[in-house]
Design a protein around this ligand. Structure first.
Ligand code: GDP
Length: 195
Protein backbone atom coordinates (compact mmCIF):
# COMPACT_ATOMS: atom_id res chain seq x y z
CA UNK A 1 0.00 0.00 0.00
CA UNK A 2 1.39 3.38 -0.99
CA UNK A 3 0.35 6.46 0.91
CA UNK A 4 1.71 9.94 0.41
CA UNK A 5 0.90 13.28 2.05
CA UNK A 6 -0.38 15.76 -0.52
CA UNK A 7 -1.26 18.93 1.38
CA UNK A 8 -3.05 20.64 4.23
CA UNK A 9 -6.02 22.64 3.02
CA UNK A 10 -6.93 25.73 5.04
CA UNK A 11 -8.89 27.53 2.32
CA UNK A 12 -11.52 26.06 0.02
CA UNK A 13 -9.74 27.31 -3.09
CA UNK A 14 -6.87 24.94 -2.26
CA UNK A 15 -9.04 21.79 -2.56
CA UNK A 16 -8.08 19.39 -5.41
CA UNK A 17 -9.66 19.90 -8.81
CA UNK A 18 -13.10 18.36 -9.14
CA UNK A 19 -14.04 15.46 -11.42
CA UNK A 20 -10.67 13.75 -11.22
CA UNK A 21 -10.68 9.93 -11.11
CA UNK A 22 -9.39 9.88 -7.54
CA UNK A 23 -12.31 9.89 -5.07
CA UNK A 24 -12.23 11.15 -1.48
CA UNK A 25 -12.43 8.67 1.38
CA UNK A 26 -13.25 11.01 4.23
CA UNK A 27 -12.56 10.52 7.94
CA UNK A 28 -14.56 12.67 10.34
CA UNK A 29 -15.51 12.60 14.02
CA UNK A 30 -15.17 14.45 17.28
CA UNK A 31 -11.71 15.27 18.61
CA UNK A 32 -10.10 12.39 20.46
CA UNK A 33 -12.36 9.76 18.86
CA UNK A 34 -9.27 7.90 17.59
CA UNK A 35 -9.16 9.22 14.01
CA UNK A 36 -5.38 9.60 13.78
CA UNK A 37 -4.85 6.16 15.28
CA UNK A 38 -7.29 4.64 12.78
CA UNK A 39 -5.62 6.34 9.80
CA UNK A 40 -2.24 5.03 10.93
CA UNK A 41 -3.64 1.55 11.59
CA UNK A 42 -5.37 1.44 8.21
CA UNK A 43 -2.37 2.57 6.18
CA UNK A 44 0.30 0.93 8.32
CA UNK A 45 2.14 4.26 8.37
CA UNK A 46 2.44 7.09 10.88
CA UNK A 47 0.72 9.63 8.67
CA UNK A 48 -1.42 11.28 11.35
CA UNK A 49 -0.32 12.59 14.70
CA UNK A 50 -1.87 10.71 17.63
CA UNK A 51 -2.87 12.49 20.83
CA UNK A 52 -2.26 15.99 19.47
CA UNK A 53 -3.60 18.99 21.37
CA UNK A 54 -7.26 19.26 20.35
CA UNK A 55 -7.99 22.27 18.20
CA UNK A 56 -4.50 22.68 16.87
CA UNK A 57 -4.99 21.00 13.53
CA UNK A 58 -7.64 23.05 11.82
CA UNK A 59 -6.73 21.94 8.34
CA UNK A 60 -8.11 19.30 5.98
CA UNK A 61 -5.24 16.92 5.33
CA UNK A 62 -5.06 15.17 1.96
CA UNK A 63 -3.19 11.91 1.32
CA UNK A 64 -2.84 10.00 -1.93
CA UNK A 65 -3.60 6.35 -1.42
CA UNK A 66 -2.88 3.52 -3.89
CA UNK A 67 -3.84 0.06 -2.79
CA UNK A 68 -4.52 -3.11 -4.80
CA UNK A 69 -5.23 -1.18 -7.97
CA UNK A 70 -7.50 1.29 -6.21
CA UNK A 71 -6.55 4.97 -6.20
CA UNK A 72 -8.18 7.39 -3.78
CA UNK A 73 -7.54 10.36 -1.54
CA UNK A 74 -7.66 9.76 2.19
CA UNK A 75 -9.08 12.95 3.64
CA UNK A 76 -8.56 13.75 7.31
CA UNK A 77 -11.09 16.38 8.37
CA UNK A 78 -10.45 18.38 11.55
CA UNK A 79 -12.30 16.91 14.54
CA UNK A 80 -15.36 18.62 15.92
CA UNK A 81 -16.44 19.49 19.45
CA UNK A 82 -13.00 20.78 20.34
CA UNK A 83 -13.57 24.35 21.44
CA UNK A 84 -17.13 24.91 22.50
CA UNK A 85 -16.28 28.23 24.11
CA UNK A 86 -14.37 29.60 21.15
CA UNK A 87 -17.09 30.79 18.80
CA UNK A 88 -14.76 32.09 16.15
CA UNK A 89 -12.93 28.80 15.90
CA UNK A 90 -16.18 26.83 15.74
CA UNK A 91 -17.40 29.16 12.97
CA UNK A 92 -14.18 28.71 11.01
CA UNK A 93 -14.48 24.96 11.37
CA UNK A 94 -18.09 25.04 10.19
CA UNK A 95 -17.27 27.18 7.18
CA UNK A 96 -14.40 24.91 6.11
CA UNK A 97 -16.36 21.67 6.59
CA UNK A 98 -19.58 22.89 4.97
CA UNK A 99 -17.56 24.33 2.10
CA UNK A 100 -15.67 21.07 1.78
CA UNK A 101 -18.85 18.97 1.45
CA UNK A 102 -20.48 21.42 -0.98
CA UNK A 103 -17.35 21.63 -3.17
CA UNK A 104 -16.52 17.93 -3.17
CA UNK A 105 -19.98 16.36 -3.09
CA UNK A 106 -19.50 14.60 -6.45
CA UNK A 107 -15.88 13.66 -5.65
CA UNK A 108 -16.65 11.80 -2.44
CA UNK A 109 -16.47 8.01 -2.57
CA UNK A 110 -17.34 7.46 1.07
CA UNK A 111 -17.50 9.35 4.36
CA UNK A 112 -16.48 7.40 7.43
CA UNK A 113 -18.02 8.89 10.55
CA UNK A 114 -16.02 7.75 13.55
CA UNK A 115 -17.93 7.10 16.77
CA UNK A 116 -16.41 6.00 20.06
CA UNK A 117 -17.90 2.54 20.78
CA UNK A 118 -18.16 3.25 24.51
CA UNK A 119 -19.40 6.86 24.34
CA UNK A 120 -21.90 6.29 21.51
CA UNK A 121 -23.13 8.91 19.04
CA UNK A 122 -22.96 12.50 20.35
CA UNK A 123 -25.21 15.39 19.30
CA UNK A 124 -22.53 16.48 16.84
CA UNK A 125 -22.37 12.97 15.37
CA UNK A 126 -26.16 12.96 14.96
CA UNK A 127 -26.00 16.33 13.15
CA UNK A 128 -23.22 15.09 10.89
CA UNK A 129 -25.19 11.93 10.02
CA UNK A 130 -28.35 13.93 9.36
CA UNK A 131 -26.43 16.25 7.07
CA UNK A 132 -24.85 13.41 5.10
CA UNK A 133 -28.25 11.75 4.71
CA UNK A 134 -29.75 15.05 3.55
CA UNK A 135 -26.99 15.59 0.98
CA UNK A 136 -27.21 11.95 -0.18
CA UNK A 137 -23.50 11.36 0.40
CA UNK A 138 -22.50 7.70 0.90
CA UNK A 139 -21.33 7.10 4.45
CA UNK A 140 -20.65 4.40 7.01
CA UNK A 141 -19.98 4.57 10.73
CA UNK A 142 -16.71 3.25 12.13
CA UNK A 143 -16.85 2.37 15.81
CA UNK A 144 -13.49 3.12 17.42
CA UNK A 145 -11.88 1.83 20.64
CA UNK A 146 -14.12 -1.26 20.81
CA UNK A 147 -11.53 -2.72 23.21
CA UNK A 148 -12.76 -0.21 25.82
CA UNK A 149 -16.49 -0.93 25.47
CA UNK A 150 -18.39 -3.67 27.26
CA UNK A 151 -20.72 -5.90 25.23
CA UNK A 152 -23.65 -3.95 26.66
CA UNK A 153 -22.18 -0.55 25.73
CA UNK A 154 -21.40 -1.83 22.27
CA UNK A 155 -24.94 -3.02 21.62
CA UNK A 156 -26.38 0.23 23.01
CA UNK A 157 -24.18 2.22 20.65
CA UNK A 158 -25.24 0.06 17.70
CA UNK A 159 -28.92 0.42 18.63
CA UNK A 160 -28.65 4.23 18.87
CA UNK A 161 -26.93 4.41 15.50
CA UNK A 162 -29.63 2.28 13.89
CA UNK A 163 -32.23 4.66 15.35
CA UNK A 164 -30.35 7.46 13.58
CA UNK A 165 -30.77 5.58 10.30
CA UNK A 166 -27.25 4.18 10.01
CA UNK A 167 -27.09 0.93 8.05
CA UNK A 168 -23.38 0.22 7.77
CA UNK A 169 -21.38 -0.07 11.02
CA UNK A 170 -17.78 -1.29 11.20
CA UNK A 171 -16.25 -2.20 14.54
CA UNK A 172 -12.56 -1.41 15.02
CA UNK A 173 -9.85 -1.19 17.62
CA UNK A 174 -6.60 0.42 16.52
CA UNK A 175 -5.07 -0.61 19.82
CA UNK A 176 -5.85 -4.29 19.34
CA UNK A 177 -5.56 -4.03 15.56
CA UNK A 178 -9.05 -5.27 14.84
CA UNK A 179 -11.50 -4.46 12.04
CA UNK A 180 -9.08 -3.46 9.32
CA UNK A 181 -10.13 -6.09 6.75
CA UNK A 182 -13.80 -5.22 7.14
CA UNK A 183 -13.03 -1.51 6.84
CA UNK A 184 -11.00 -2.05 3.66
CA UNK A 185 -13.81 -4.16 2.23
CA UNK A 186 -16.38 -1.43 2.84
CA UNK A 187 -14.08 1.24 1.34
CA UNK A 188 -13.47 -0.86 -1.77
CA UNK A 189 -17.12 -1.70 -2.28
CA UNK A 190 -18.00 2.01 -2.23
CA UNK A 191 -15.18 2.98 -4.59
CA UNK A 192 -16.38 0.39 -7.07
CA UNK A 193 -19.95 1.59 -6.75
CA UNK A 194 -18.85 5.17 -7.46
CA UNK A 195 -16.19 4.88 -10.15
P1 GDP B 1 -8.04 11.87 17.23
O1 GDP B 1 -8.01 13.12 18.05
O2 GDP B 1 -9.44 11.54 16.82
O3 GDP B 1 -7.09 11.89 16.06
O4 GDP B 1 -7.63 10.66 18.19
P2 GDP B 1 -6.20 9.96 18.43
O5 GDP B 1 -5.95 8.92 17.39
O6 GDP B 1 -5.18 11.01 18.62
O7 GDP B 1 -6.50 9.18 19.78
C1 GDP B 1 -6.97 9.83 20.94
C2 GDP B 1 -6.63 8.98 22.15
O8 GDP B 1 -7.32 7.73 22.09
C3 GDP B 1 -5.14 8.62 22.22
O9 GDP B 1 -4.74 8.65 23.57
C4 GDP B 1 -5.08 7.20 21.65
O10 GDP B 1 -4.00 6.46 22.17
C5 GDP B 1 -6.43 6.63 22.12
N1 GDP B 1 -6.90 5.57 21.21
C6 GDP B 1 -7.01 5.65 19.87
N2 GDP B 1 -7.47 4.49 19.35
C7 GDP B 1 -7.68 3.65 20.40
C8 GDP B 1 -8.17 2.29 20.51
O11 GDP B 1 -8.50 1.59 19.54
N3 GDP B 1 -8.26 1.80 21.77
C9 GDP B 1 -7.92 2.50 22.87
N4 GDP B 1 -8.06 1.91 24.06
N5 GDP B 1 -7.43 3.76 22.80
C10 GDP B 1 -7.33 4.35 21.58
Amino acid sequence: MAVEFVKSVYRLEDLPKTNEPRKDIVFVGRSNVGKSSLLNFLTGRSIAKVGKTPGRTRAINYFKWDFEGVKAFLVDLPGYGFARGDRKEVENWKRLIEGYFKNRVSDIGLVLVLVDAKVGPTKDDALMLEWLQYLGIPYAVVLTKTDKASQKELSQTVRKLKELGVEEIIQTSSKERRGKDKLLKVIFSHLRKNP
